[in-house]
Design a protein around this ligand. Structure first.
Ligand code: DX5
Ligand code: ZN
Length: 219
């Protein structure tokens, strides 16, 4: 594969009682981003953590915090996540009535902006912002929980987005999230993804480092 693959471990599968240590271990194991899944029990049927926790774990690594906001309405909290130490802030179009304004807000705070597409959300919902995005996140499960099975039907969306990104000459990260293992990771990379999020696979077995390395080279 020609593209450089980045690995973004999701701390949703980490031991929350030692979250700082887990973040540090992921850094030492070769992670590229720390993927931070924020859930509000409203936009998705699960609750995780908010800016207070992110601020506490910020000092354990210098790696970019790739903050995936599954909260609604999202506008109200963007600044709090920026202040807490997020580097990339990703929102869902369904979580706002003005995606352009959200992306502008994220950028005006000096952060990178991402938009996430649920399995059923079409590429057309990116239309107004695609040229300004730093990251596009394709969900390969319905957001809410770790440990779900990869939905292969999203691969066509990854392929289409890769074509669009390349045709426009954009540098946008094309990230995939949900059910990524060494087999589905390879499919996603072949379809054009260049950032793999993984919780369950990275935190299974004994070695974070081996899992990260194996995912990076799975295609
Ligand atoms: C799902 C989250 C994912 C997920 C990844 O809503 O956005 O980041 O936890 O976990 P695995 O790799 O277990 O599917
Ligand atoms: Zn996520």
């Amino acid at each position: 594969m020609s593209q450089k693959i980045k690995i973004a471990p999701s701390i949703l599968s980490a031991d929350f009682s030692i979250l700082g240590e887990e973040v540090k271990n992921l850094d030492m194991a070769g992670a590229d981003y720390i993927h931070v899944d924020v859930m509000d029990g409203h936009f998705v049927p699960n609750i995780t953590f908010g800016p207070v926790v992110i601020k506490k774990i910020r000092k354990y690594t210098k790696l970019p915090f790739d903050v995936h906001l599954m909260i609604s309405p999202v506008e109200k909290y963007i600044k709090d996540f920026a202040d807490a130490g997020a580097d990339i802030i990703t929102i869902h179009p369904e979580a706002t009535d003005n995606i352009e304004r959200c992306v502008k807000t994220i950028k005006s705070l000096g952060k990178k902006a991402g938009v996430s597409l649920n399995p059923k959300t079409p590429i057309s919902s990116l239309e107004k912002v695609i040229d300004t995005l730093d990251l596009i996140l394709v969900m390969s499960v319905h957001p809410g929980f770790a440990g779900q099975s990869f939905m292969p039907e999203v691969l066509s969306k990854v392929k289409e987005l890769r074509k669009i990104i390349n045709a426009k000459g954009l540098k946008t990260d094309l990230e995939i999230d949900g059910g990524i293992n060494f087999e589905t990771g390879a499919l996603a990379i072949k379809a054009g993804a260049d950032v793999l999020v993984s919780g369950t696979t990275i935190f299974s077995g004994k070695s974070l480092k081996d899992n990260i390395q194996k995912l990076r080279t799975c295609a």
